[in-house]
Design a protein around this ligand. Sequence first.
Ligand code: NI
Length: 196
Amino acid sequence: MANSGPTTYPDVLTILQYPAPVLRKLATPVTAFDERLRAFAERMFETMYAAKGVGLAAPQVGVSRRLFVTDHAQRDGNGHSDRRVFINPRIENASGEETYEEGCLSFPGVYAKVTRHNRFDFVYQDLLGFEQRLTLDVEAGDFLGVVVQHELDHLDGKVFVDHLTAAQVTLVKRRLREMEKDYKTEHGKAGAVLRR
Ligand code: NI
């Protein structure tokens, strides 16, 4: 896709659920660090909080661009907040593995343990376009490290269910079938279903 002209972002955000095809698309980089982008990030936070999530990626609201927002402190439920915006992110120097139970706002009612990198550098741009680097260690308590790996997947057209073993998929299959059926009823076509 050509990056000509300003990106337009939707004013009202709706969280799309599996099997919406946009969840399977490779998102394109953000190139304009302008007021539109900042306003969109703000709407993403509002949408994420309303849904009681700890992370939300742009493709989940139908915008196939490489950014996501997080607030991993929300998980503790003690009123703390740690709002972060990650733009054009990537992982460097990954090592080790950690397993955590994950869920996803695009897969309501589906939870499963996923194994991901333990230690890594997360390199990204902030809302002003400046490059930032975070060193995260999940085992040492950086739950944010789990969240950013989950959200980065969304930018690459991947979802957490892709990481599951065949045995784990069996456990959530019924719920996936329900979502596939609901999508078909609403849209009159099948969507991008998991091939398992
Ligand atoms: Ni998700």
